[in-house]
Design a binder for this molecule. Structure first.
Ligand SMILES: *[C@@H]1O[C@H](CO)[C@@H](O)[C@H](O)[C@H]1NC(C)=O
Ligand SMILES: *[C@@H]1O[C@H](CO)[C@@H](O)[C@H](O)[C@H]1NC(C)=O
Length: 497
């Protein structure tokens, strides 16, 4: 290339420009600078005038100006010294987003003659953006999730580029999960939770952990996000009663419908898995009659019908509590009901007569009647004692066996003084108040000819007139006999002395 150096200032400048142009075209092309983003105001970028081959003195006269399409006044040139400097905050991410290349294109214009230069200022990334999460993450995990189950988390993003945006993750220390980092095809890394220890909602219903993202910049920037794990219930707990067995003691007269016990089972699960329905599985002894009813919702058991100690004095109620999980689980308990006797049965007396009427000469100890007593109650309520009334009668009761007695002649009889006894046997139980029953036996005394006829006087002195005709009435004798009927019939005869 040949240059003419004649032609004054203008020509020389043009030539220099051409020279420089040639240098750009043959070398790296345009003038190229670089500046880190976020550089302070006034930071030196480059000697732009010098590098474009312009004299400092001509900058003003030639109306040196810099245009930057849409980039405002991020960079400015000092017209005194021709230095390009940072004028206002340059944010690479704002300018270029996540694209790997980011530069500010400057159009430098001078007039007289009009010249246009193009200058590229590369904006270099600095690690000014921490990783960012979208917000707290909620993960729902069933408590029955098998070990090694994987739960993907949402990763963070980092507005920087390159190493400054290369994220890695850490999980806060916990015994249940570890973190696994999955590298996707686009090289981004996604964190995943791996279950390492079996979960139990009843023990820990919720877990909170921190997921931290770290970028690869220097200094490294980090950001943490809360990972809230809600452990979902599985029906893995059966309803449980406070105790395996209960005992209730009742008098046999409890009214129909009386509540005898309130059962209460609880279930550690939640929702329908802890809702319980109660039911009676079986009542022992087995019977047609159902003596107890349970309320499926509340678990209260009530009497249905009438208890009778004499019929049955102990029941075993086997109760189920079943939850509404799918499949359901059941718990069991037993309610023992002891029925207490009440003195609700009157004794009964039975008399079997043996030898009636009884002869008045019957020997002391003769058994006149057999008596048996009974009482359906138990214990003292069923213990019967017998007594005889009225007092002072020639009879007594002799116990032959429990609840068996003999009515026995206790002293000699004399029909002539008492021919009939109304004997009342009273059976009385030991309840309080006690109940009693009576039975009576009429003991007739049969006559025995044990009384000689007796004259009204032992001796009679009779004065008889002489010469009475035969057959005339002299005297009337009268003898009496205390016995009865034919034993009392008297016949007379004279006996010679
Ligand atoms: C049943 O038991 C649970 C837990 O023990 C208790 O919270 C509840 O009050 C009990 N309910 C009744 C009616 O006893
Ligand atoms: C007990 O009461 C129920 C109603 O509450 C009734 O249906 C039943 O017949 C009664 N049983 C007896 C034996 O009274």
């Amino acid at each position: 290339m040949v240059f003419s150096w004649r032609g004054g200032f203008e020509t020389r400048r043009l030539l220099l420009s051409l020279l420089l142009l040639a240098a750009w075209e043959s070398g790296s092309g345009q003038v190229h600078y670089s500046v880190p983003e976020e550089a302070k105001h006034g930071t030196f970028v480059g000697r732009i005038a010098q590098d474009l081959g312009l004299e400092l003195a001509e900058l003003v006269p030639r109306l040196f100006r810099v245009a930057s399409k849409g980039r405002g006044d991020l960079l400015e040139v000092n017209l005194q010294n021709g230095i390009l400097f940072v004028n206002s905050r340059i944010d690479r991410e704002e300018l270029c987003g996540r694209s790997a290349e980011c530069s500010i294109h400057l159009e430098v214009i001078v007039d007289r003659p009009l010249q246009v230069f193009h200058v590229e200022v590369e904006v270099k990334d600095i690690n000014d953006n921490p990783p960012v999460f979208r917000g707290e993450q909620k993960v729902l995990i069933s408590e029955s999730a098998p070990l090694e189950s994987r739960f993907p988390l949402e990763g963070a993003s980092d507005a920087d580029i390159g190493l400054n945006s290369l994220l890695t993750y850490r999980l806060s220390l916990n015994e249940y999960f570890t973190l696994k980092l999955i590298t996707k095809t686009d090289k981004s890394i996604l964190p995943e939770l791996i279950l390492r220890k079996a979960l139990d909602r009843e023990e820990i219903p919720e877990l909170n952990m921190l997921l931290t993202a770290l970028d690869g910049g220097k200094p490294q920037l980090t950001e943490s996000v809360q990972i809230q794990i809600t452990i979902l219930d599985v029906n893995d707990n059966a309803p449980e009663f406070d105790k395996p067995g209960y005992k209730v003691v009742l008098f046999e007269n409890v009214p129909n419908g009386t509540r005898i016990i309130q059962l209460n089972a609880s279930d550690l699960d939640e929702g329908p898995n802890r809702e319980i329905s109660y039911g009676i599985r079986m009542i022992l002894p087995l019977s047609e009659k159902c003596m107890f009813l349970i309320n499926p919702q509340t678990g209260e058991i009530r009497i249905y019908g009438k208890l009778d100690f004499e019929e049955n004095n102990e029941y075993e109620i086997q109760v189920n509590a079943i939850d509404k999980g799918i499949p359901p689980m059941a718990g069991h308990c037993t309610v023992l009901v002891e029925v207490l006797d009440l003195n609700d049965n009157t004794p009964e007396v039975m008399i079997t007569s043996l030898s009636l009427p009884v002869r008045e000469d019957a020997q002391v100890g003769t058994v006149i009647a057999l008596i048996s007593v009974s009482d359906c109650d138990s214990g003292a309520n069923g213990q019967v004692t017998c007594s005889l009334t009225p007092p002072h009668i020639p009879f007594k009761l002799v116990s032959t066996f429990k609840n068996y007695y003999s009515l026995v002649l206790d002293s000699v009889l004399d029909r002539e003084s008492a021919s009939n006894y109304e004997v009342v046997v009273t059976a009385r139980d030991g309840g309080s108040p006690s109940l009693s029953a009576t039975a009576s036996v009429s003991v007739e005394v049969a006559d025995v000819n044990d009384n000689a006829p007796a004259f009204t006087q032992p001796e009679y002195t009779v004065f008889v007139k002489e010469n009475n005709p035969p057959g005339c009435h002299i005297f009337t004798l009268s003898a009496r006999d205390a016995d009865a009927q034919e034993n009392a019939l008297v016949s007379y005869s004279l006996v010679e002395r």
